[in-house]
Design a protein around this ligand. Structure first.
Ligand SMILES: C[S@@+](CC[C@H](N)C(=O)[O-])C[C@H]1O[C@@H](n2cnc3c(N)ncnc32)[C@H](O)[C@@H]1O
Length: 246
């Protein structure tokens, strides 16, 4: 089953986790070096698609405070949109990177009809709708690459995490022209945190294959090295059109 949007309860659960992180000074839930490490892994999608990020368009799903932007700029990315469901993150993002486009919206809710009806959890301003490519852009627009770091990591109480993962991957894949890269924590972790969800690598692989039977899928173990603590087990998943993966 695929979801069209996150219900209020899930949005609240997400906000509670990030409120805690922000209060303890861990903005976006990562330390700076973890962010940069993950961005580097996400960028490998371009090579796997036998392309370059130079002049590409990128949708950053769960952009948080937008710290991927300077690294994307270095790669020469032409068009960037960051989206997130957590308002405090976007407030900071807009201050830090005033030239960039950020949209307060649930990726699962990015359809032209749902984003404008009463059912939608978010009001999407005209400027943001235009950034998605005009009138029908939010349903039809594609980005060269869709990247997502850390957006599928909270352990949800009111929604099955695999159902959430499936809906996220389905939507992100649909919105990508050449490739999708995202990360999740895995159940190989030996010291799991209560508020995070740890996925089975095999289930993730199977689910991606089901969603995109024609895609080339590569999964790489990319553990987060915590100084003084056990490493966190993480993977990066790369999905490209079958003709493109190297
Ligand atoms: C761990 S933070 C990472 C932020 C940023 N990507 C980084 O690496 O610095 C993940 C972000 O994903 C957002 N998120 C979770 N589910 C989302 C969804 N369905 N649509 C958009 N954003 C989402 C959260 O609110 C959170 O800000």
């Amino acid at each position: 089953m695929s979801r069209n949007y996150l219900n209020k309860q899930v949005l609240r659960e997400n906000a509670l986790v990030y409120d805690d992180y922000y209060q303890s000074g861990i903005i976006d839930g990562w330390e700076e070096h973890d962010k940069v490490y993950n961005f580097g892994h996400l960028f490998k999608i371009a090579k796997k698609a036998k392309m370059s990020l130079c002049n590409a368009s990128v949708l950053d799903v769960g952009c948080g405070t937008g710290d991927i932007i300077p690294y994307l700029q270095k790669q020469g990315v032409k068009k960037y949109i960051g989206i997130d469901i957590y308002k405090p993150a976007l407030r900071i993002a807009k201050k830090k990177y005033p030239q960039e486009t950020f949209v307060l919206i649930d990726i699962l809710d990015t359809t032209s009809s749902s984003s404008r009806t009463r059912r939608s959890r978010f009001t999407v301003p005209l400027k943001a709708r235009l950034a998605f490519g005009g009138k029908s852009g939010m349903t039809t627009n594609k980005f060269d690459f869709v990247l997502s770091s850390g957006a599928i990591s909270i352990k949800l109480k009111s929604l099955d995490n695999y159902e959430f993962l499936e809906a996220m991957v389905r939507k992100m894949w649909k919105m990508s022209r050449h490739g999708l890269a995202f990360n999740v924590l895995t159940d190989e972790d030996i010291a799991p945190a209560k508020h995070l969800f740890y996925y089975s690598i095999e289930k993730v692989r199977k689910l991606c294959k089901q969603i995109a039977p024609d895609a080339k899928i590569a999964i790489r173990r990319t553990p987060i090295h915590n100084r003084g603590y056990e490493d966190e087990a993480q993977i990066h998943v790369y999905m490209t059109k079958s003709s493109q993966l190297s």
